[in-house]
Design a protein around this ligand. Structure first.
Ligand code: NDP
Length: 294
């Protein structure tokens, strides 16, 4: 897609940032600063801890004072979609925004790069998507962002399993479309034992942040299965450990998705697509170093 930002706005050093609550754990400043260095772009990128009550006033003030773009993370993605003057088609489909920017005519545009980030990372890892049986655990904001782009890859079947089944059902209803023949099925976490095995199993709850994972039946994965945790950490996540213990072919964390969604946001803002290979490599080496220390 074409970038929307106005480089003329960037008089001195263009100001970007990520806003969320919590935000301490965010790796986005490190990633965007690496992209800026590699592409020779002059910009600053900071993290901002902002609560839900203050999100709209913070974002308006940031842009009024000349800020060029914001990434938006938990729990503000839906509020950001409501704040934007206009949405890109993929943000409209998601009903959630992770990237805000000023357009040439001064309007605030909301975009969502999460889905593009996941698809790019799954392609990099050669994970099964087209024709695959996909099971997603969770039905929150992240799943809103990834569901459309996943369905565009024509999987054979998509299951959404969630603690509150109503939320999964609402998502399935919203994303059902005549132009997308893939069947979207829903179930509770308990009913997962009757679903059978996934070619691609996506973990999209924030439980890993507390060192936990949802209770999952072993029948969900087989040796050919690819297990992907949208959550990420310097070490192997609890979900990756569980999947590897069940004997899956491959398990991966969401750090790759984080890097790829950031690259897409950087392109939307700056019109330059950063090479992500060096960051993927650096993450892999830091993980091996961590696991070697154990
Ligand atoms: P949300 O808060 O919007 O959704 C959370 C989901 O997890 C809901 O489906 C919720 O179920 C479920 N959940 C929460 N607690 C539990 C629990 N104790 N047991 C079972 N299910 C639970 O979060 P997001 O969708 O925005 O984010 C989900 C994860 O994805 C986060 O870890 C986030 O960091 C990660 N993420 C990673 C990205 C990346 O680039 N790698 C990008 C975006 C997100 P219920 O509906 O019943 O409450």
């Amino acid at each position: 897609m074409k970038p929307y930002a106005d480089p003329e706005r960037d008089i001195l050093v263009a100001r970007y940032g990520v806003v969320g609550d919590p935000i301490e754990h965010s790796q986005s400043p490190r990633i965007h600063q690496a992209f800026a260095l590699a592409t020779g772009q002059r910009l600053s990128y900071d993290k901002y801890h902002v609560t839900s009550e203050n999100f709209a006033s913070f974002a308006r003030d940031f842009f009024a004072k000349g800020g060029s773009g914001l990434n938006v993370t938990v729990p503000h993605k839906i509020a950001a979609a409501e704040l934007a003057d206009a949405l890109t088609p993929r943000a409209r489909t998601a009903g959630a925004v992770n990237t805000l920017l000023h357009t040439l005519d001064g309007r605030l545009l909301g975009d969502n790069t999460d889905g593009a980030g996941l698809i790019a990372d799954l392609a990099r890892l050669r994970a099964p998507v087209t024709g695959a049986r996909i099971v997603i655990i969770g039905a929150g904001g992240a799943v809103r962002g990834i569901l459309g782009p996943l369905l565009d890859q024509h999987p054979a079947e998509v299951w959404i399993a969630n603690r509150s089944i109503e939320r999964a059902e609402r998502l399935a209803e919203e994303f059902k479309s005549a132009s997308r023949p893939t069947q979207i099925l829903t179930c509770s976490l308990i009913a997962l034992r009757d679903v059978g095995s996934a070619d691609l199993l996506l973990q999209a709850t924030p439980l890993g942040l507390q060192g936990q994972l949802p209770t999952l039946p072993n029948s969900l994965v087989k040796a050919h299965s690819f297990a992907y945790d949208l959550g990420y950490a310097d070490q192997v996540t609890p979900f990756e450990s569980w999947a590897l213990a069940q004997g899956v072919g491959t398990a991966a964390s969401g750090m790759g998705m984080l890097i790829e969604q950031a690259a897409e946001a950087f392109f939307v803002w700056r019109g330059v697509r950063p090479d992500t290979a060096a960051l993927h490599l650096a993450h892999q080496s830091s993980r091996s170093a961590t696991s070697n220390k154990r």
